[in-house]
Design a protein around this ligand. Structure first.
Ligand code: NAP
Length: 290
């Protein structure tokens, strides 16, 4: 387990279908991310209505040498209704058959021989932890998946599965607009176990820049003043705010712009003063600490 590390900043591919890049442009985007030290790429089977992985995979097929320079992360376990999948409801499925089907589909989509890390996307209330651990062990033995983790799991849900199979990470949401993870025990657990969390939507999915809620306006105003003092942009500050947490998180940037990737990497050189970190907390909550 010690031999595996995600890059400090991870690139998220949730929005790749919106970027409207041709195959060669996708190759170039990946190359530029790698040149910036972003070597881990976060996918999910369901992104882009089940089509996003294949867009990335086309680039890997066009330039196969890229694969050995990166870590591929993907997720499964959500059965999302779509044109080809007429479920009565959206639901979660962590059965052996479904996890295997989706892992094998991700391998085909990504034109990859193995996946470095696969996460159970959402907590499945019907999950049989011992059975899922067996599924993890079997797919690992077959060489299809190197490491396993979860996403959006509570501390107790993480502990349940981690008791059966050694997980690598819990991928949770954290930003100046969404701070539940600070209080719900997930980041405490990550720190306790020394398992670095992955952080999704560190810019609030863009709401930090465009949000119209009172909270977004307050946070933007506080961050604008602090960013000016550090001589950085709000985007850099927002990532630096996440990085300041002692669980040593890996922020996942969702940007399609290389300049946005550069901002995320620049945050690694910024260490926020605790008062500035708390000023952003205060703006987000709308009241001072008790
Ligand atoms: P994010 O980095 O918080 O938001 C990215 C969005 O913000 C993009 O639309 C981006 O547009 C916009 N943005 C960035 N800089 C901006 C600026 N200066 N001004 C205006 N807009 C700006 O991350 P996210 O995309 O929501 O999530 C990141 C990744 O986390 C996803 O790709 C996915 O891999 C993962 N994720 C996981 C889960 C889960 O349940 N596990 C859920 C959601 C996401 P540009 O492209 O123009 O920069």
């Amino acid at each position: 387990m010690q031999d595996f590390e995600l890059s400090p900043i991870v690139a998220g591919l949730w929005r790749i279908a919106d970027w409207n890049l041709g195959v060669q442009e996708r190759v170039r985007w990946i190359e530029q991310a790698l040149e910036l030290g972003i070597t881990s790429f976060d996918h999910a089977d369901i992104y882009g209505d089940y089509h996003a992985e294949a867009l990335f995979g086309e680039a890997l097929k066009a330039e196969p040498t890229l694969r050995e320079r990166m870590q591929l992360v993907t997720k499964c376990g959500v059965r999302l209704r779509s044109a080809q999948r007429q479920y009565r409801v959206n639901y979660y499925d962590t059965s052996a058959a479904y996890v295997r089907t989706q892992v094998e589909q991700s391998l085909r989509n990504l034109h990859a021989e193995h996946l470095d890390l696969v996460l159970i996307h959402r907590p499945d209330y019907l999950m049989d932890a011992a059975a899922l651990a067996d599924t993890f062990a079997t797919l690992t033995l077959e060489g299809k998946v190197s490491h396993w983790g979860v996403s959006n799991h509570s501390a107790s849900q993480f502990a349940l599965l981690h008791g059966h199979y050694r997980l690598l990470t819990n991928q949770v949401e954290l930003s100046a607009l969404q701070m539940n993870a600070l209080d719900d025990g997930t980041l405490d657990q990550a720190q306790q176990l020394g398992l670095r969390p992955m952080i999704w939507s560190p810019l609030g999915g863009g709401q930090l820049f465009t949000g119209k809620t009172e909270q977004a306006v307050r946070v933007r105003s506080a961050m604008t003043a602090i960013a000016a003092r550090y001589d950085i942009s709000i985007a850099v500050l927002a990532i630096a705010w996440v990085l300041r947490h002692p669980s040593r998180p890996h922020p996942i940037t969702g940007t399609g712009r290389v300049e946005g990737l550069r901002d995320a990497v620049a945050a690694l050189d910024v260490r926020l003063d605790a008062q500035d970190w708390y000023a952003i907390w205060t703006a987000s909550k709308g009241h001072p600490v008790p």
